[in-house]
Design a binder for this molecule. Structure first.
Ligand code: SER
Length: 336
């Protein structure tokens, strides 16, 4: 008898860290990551596979041994990193996702139930043509400005559609095949965790600023003070994933949902960090190219559909995220 579990890919990443612990109580979690898991996370996991999502032999082994009911497919190369190696990014972000969708379909066929597939998409799926449009657009909904400028954004947008294909139209001309993937995607804003730091993203200036201040290190912010995108505290991101994974299917009217915590400029974030860590040294050293990427992302997103369909609302607004999560947690984190 195969064992019934949930699979998290990219479990060693930032979202994975937050999700594994939340899920571990009551679920059997198995993980797949290119690197061995952090010793703080590993004890919560029933079985850890170290390897790549591009390795279909490894996925076959997991399929043979485990009955996977739910896939949290978090593994990806983020937006800045992907611009340096776009072909590798496409290989991992698109072909890797295709492998996981195929894996989920075959799991579903073998145990006769749909497999919930949670996919973190991103504000990088948007591409606003210029700052004037960004200023005018306000809160952007899921169907607007879907013209990403980055390889990562293209990958995310396409994989939303690929997931929709697996969920609704898979092998539509074969009479004896039913789609078995229950695909659900969240377009995350920039995420800020108190206990992990991002690597290779373009929204990284906010978490980097906060972590540098907590460590007592100087930081040069790579975007202009007025640069504004939506962000979210990491506990809300993990909460959203769990909430969407358990939402009744019939309530879901979309493939991909915007969510948001708060939208703030780099200058507002800097001021709040300085108020919490008065000795912090935060300057600006603009990287024109990374600035261009963030300028193409919306200043804020419309999360009406997520609120209406699966009842999501974040627990942390900007003030609460700093007061009750980031400042106390990050302080303890670096002290320990
Ligand atoms: N935060 C990610 C990045 O900056 C976007 O999903 O790449």
């Amino acid at each position: 008898m195969r064992k019934s579990v949930v699979l998290i890919t990219g479990a060693g990443g930032e979202i994975g860290h937050a999700l594994v612990r939340g899920l571990a109580e009551g679920s059997n979690v198995i993980t797949l990551d290119v690197n061995p898991l952090d010793p703080q996370v590993a004890p919560f996991v029933r079985r850890e596979f170290t390897g790549s999502i591009t390795d279909t032999n490894l996925l076959d082994r997991i399929l043979a041994e485990f009955e996977v009911d739910c896939v949290f497919h978090l593994a990806a190369l983020l937006s800045t990193r992907a611009e340096f190696t776009p072909v590798t990014a496409h290989h991992v972000n698109v072909e890797g996702t295709l492998n996981l969708l195929e894996f989920a379909q075959r799991e579903g066929e073998s145990h006769g139930r749909n497999v919930v597939f949670i996919y973190p998409s991103s504000i990088a799926a948007y591409g606003l043509p210029d700052l004037e449009t960004k200023g005018r657009a306000g809160r952007v909904n899921e169907d607007q400005f879907a013209h990403p400028t980055t390889m990562y954004g293209c990958n995310k947008l396409y994989c939303e559609e690929l997931g929709r294909y697996y969920a609704r139209h898979y092998k539509q001309l074969s009479v004896d095949v039913a789609p078995r993937v229950d695909f659900r995607a969240i377009r995350f804003p920039g995420l800020i965790s108190a206990t992990t730091v991002p690597s290779g993203g373009t929204s990284d200036y906010a978490p980097e600023m906060i972590h540098a201040a907590a460590k007592g290190e100087p930081y040069a912010c790579f975007v202009r003070p007025d640069t504004t995108i939506p962000f979210m505290a990491m506990p809300d991101a993990a909460l959203a994933i769990r909430k969407l994974a358990t939402a009744p299917r019939e309530r879901l009217t979309r493939t991909a949902y915007n969510i948001r915590g708060f939208s703030r400029s780099a200058a507002e974030i800097r001021e709040t960090v300085l108020a919490a860590f008065p000795a912090a040294e935060i300057t600006y050293k603009i990287d024109g190219k990374r600035q261009g990427i963030v300028d193409s992302w919306p200043a804020d997103v419309d999360d009406t559909a997520a609120r209406a369909d699966w009842g999501f609302s974040p627990e942390y607004d900007f003030e609460r995220a700093f007061r009750e999560y980031l400042i106390p947690t990050i302080g303890n984190y670096y002290r320990s």
